[in-house]
Design a protein around this ligand. Sequence first.
Ligand code: ATP
Length: 216
Amino acid sequence: MLTALFGGTFDPIHYGHLRPALALAKEVGLNNINLLPNRIPAHKPQPEATTEQRLAMLKLAISDYSLFSIDTRELEPQLINQPSFTVDTLRAWREQNGTLSSLAFIIGQDSLLNLPTWKEWQKLLDYCHLLICKRPGYPQTTDDLQAWINQHQTKDSQALHHYPNGYIYFANTPLESISATEIRLNIDNQQCCEKLLPSKVWHYIHEHGIYNSKKC
Ligand code: ATP
């Protein structure tokens, strides 16, 4: 069985996360995708919503999809003051699950381009495959990454099931021009963005006054 982790800040979760992940699952044959929210993102500004709110929004977002579950290991209390480094999380996953199970880590194209800033990024493939979802506005690769990608890329999704780790797979997922940043800005500017995220999440945001700097 190929386990898939999809890490993110999810501040908030939106259809730019959910739709590509749903398409990826069909394309590659994933039975389950574990959303992996971080408490403290290592490479971006700190979330506006609290950890509890982001987790509550994830639970609401996945309530209509059997594909998704939530892996809370990066929210554990012992990590309360530490940024989540993916390589550490994957190492911990391997310690629990052994070296033979197949593991995939899902990222968007923008994250791939940022990879050289991640802790021990070249070790990631020692623990997992990387599955890359398309994201509008980002090129497939950069000069820095090309040689590494050439060395590890596969176009055969079956290889992801047959080997435990080591491959990079570019998925043919739909382009979704949605970002959490845009959603937070829209809400702060009192603009509707109900179509960008599940309605249960939209209602939760309103109920709790999240992303609205003008609330008193
Ligand atoms: P922000 O706008 O706050 O930076 P975000 O919308 O990029 O957030 P994250 O939670 O940081 O969302 O993203 C988690 C993962 O999902 C990352 O690997 C990112 O590349 C991917 N992702 C986010 N939005 C999209 C999208 N529209 N299409 C494809 N991948 C996406």
